[in-house]
Design a protein around this ligand. Structure first.
Ligand SMILES: Nc1ncnc2c1ncn2[C@@H]1O[C@H](COP(=O)(O)OP(=O)(O)OP(=O)(O)O)[C@@H](O)[C@H]1O
Ligand SMILES: [Mg+2]
Length: 234
């Protein structure tokens, strides 16, 4: 298997007034291509801070982050923006869609930065929207969609450039339990199609979908457990 993510001794400090808040206190983490990982832990333990680093939305204070063999901890903002667009699909708790823009154009947007032509963008965005079950909602704007449908659009947007990892920070945090299950089935499918999926959740039944559960506590990895697929009968 090949490593998508190699993190060594990552720390992240935030200056706060005269003080420095140490949020991540030394994280080592390897993730192989095709893994399905849930990150859990109490509020304030550093989950979103870690996800933002994984997603190249932020850079560490110290330590290294190798993403697909490239050292992201030393990249310029432009290089980070490029790698983010190509390699990473990010799904947020609050969807973060452009409000006055159709589902189709929201999904197609990352392809604009990737330099695709208009017809390539349209074809691919339609394909992706169909794959997330929104073939009949392409021209709807976010306020004409349900919460679950909005999150499907956001998942479509995350997938459109065929990234090497899908990151989702509490993707079901704003959804009811039935809709959450539907969105998790979508992540299951995305994983089954060969993608690497990493998501943050507070809920054990959401984490059940993953094959590996990492628990953070106070800026450190407390436990990191892979599920055994076959329980040995002794
Ligand atoms: N930009 C910042 N400046 C100062 N402190 C920050 C900043 N970002 C995060 N923190 C602090 O880092 C800690 C971890 O925040 P983070 O958002 O990573 O937690 P979390 O595990 O995602 O929590 P939750 O489950 O509530 O989403 C918090 O104490 C927070 O106040
Ligand atoms: Mg968070």
């Amino acid at each position: 298997m090949s490593k998508v993510i190699e993190i060594r001794s990552i720390t992240r400090d935030f200056p706060l007034g005269q003080e420095v808040v140490k949020v991540l206190k030394g994280i080592d983490l390897d993730i192989e291509r095709g893994e399905y990982v849930a990150i859990m832990g109490p509020s304030g333990s550093g989950k979103s801070t870690l996800m933002n680093l994984l997603g190249c939305l932020d850079t560490p204070t110290s330590g290294s982050y190798i993403l697909n063999g490239k050292d992201a901890s030393k990249m310029s903002d432009d290089e980070l923006a490029e790698i983010r667009n190509k390699e990473i699909g990010f799904v947020f708790q609050t969807f973060n869609l452009l409000p006055r823009t159709t589902a189709l154009d929201n999904v197609a947007l990352p392809m604009v930065y990737a330099g695709a032509t208009k017809s390539q963008r349209k074809d691919r965005a339609e394909e992706v929207l169909r794959s997330v079950g929104l073939g009949d909602r392409m021209d709807h704007k976010p306020n004409q969609l349900s919460g679950g449908q909005r999150q499907r659009v956001a998942v479509g947007r995350a997938l459109v450039n065929k990234p090497s990892i899908i990151l989702a920070d509490e993707p079901t945090g704003n959804l009811d339990s039935k809709t959450s299950v539907e969105i998790m089935h979508l992540f299951d499918e995305i994983h089954a199609a060969g993608n690497t999926v990493i998501l943050v959740t507070h809920e054990e039944d959401i984490a059940e979908h993953a094959h590996r559960v990492i628990r953070l506590k106070d800026g450190r990895i407390e436990t990191d457990e892979r599920k055994t697929l076959h329980t040995p009968t002794v």
